[in-house]
Design a protein around this ligand. Sequence first.
Ligand code: SF4
Length: 237
Amino acid sequence: MLLLMIEKDMPIDCVLYADTGMEFPEMEAHIAKLDDLLYRERGIHITTLRHPHGFEWLMFDEPKQKPRCLENRARLGVPPYGNGWPGIKVRWCTGQLKTHLISKEVNRLKKEKNGLHYIGIAADEAHRCKDDPQNRYPLVEWGITEAQALQICYDRGFDWDGLYEIYHRASCWCCPLQRIDELRKLRHHHPELWARLRDMDNRARAMFGLGPLGQFKKDWSVERLEERFAREEAQKS
Ligand code: SF4
């Protein structure tokens, strides 16, 4: 969306990016490359929004405050800090690391500058659009699907160094909500990140035990996945 907006000479005052701190290195390099282009073409830099303490602090260290939560934790023998692994029901990460940060800044700009918010939702995911007079969805208006948007990026030399050739989705590499097959690929293509994930999960299990906060995936710890993937590999060879 941004590349086309630049090409079509559309006004751009600010580009927001929420960095969870758990992005693939290829994504970080992509953002830096995009920032170069934006600066060259429009003289502005991407505004990166970050939680002041980050993913791992929220996962392991954030002090809990609500009395009911503290009572529950004391009863279950769970420490009074840290949110543990996010799950489908308690997906604390998306809100704290992305949507709250973006919404706060967007609402400020809408109010103070009467700004319009351009959002890169593609034509084949239009059900995600919200009915707000200050929102714009150019890809939906132009009828550009997700696959077409990716091709438009490739055609202009933005290829994430092949990240989207490997993974179905390229959000946080540590996401417990990703498919098992994506984790198999993480172990193969990004062994250094896989090693970090194993450390995080060992720490989570030691701290939160077998309950949902210490559970990476239903029925699967990262160590058990490591054994499974290693076994599969040994069977192949
Ligand atoms: S990608 Fe996964 S871990 Fe990252 S913010 Fe989204 S749900 Fe949370």
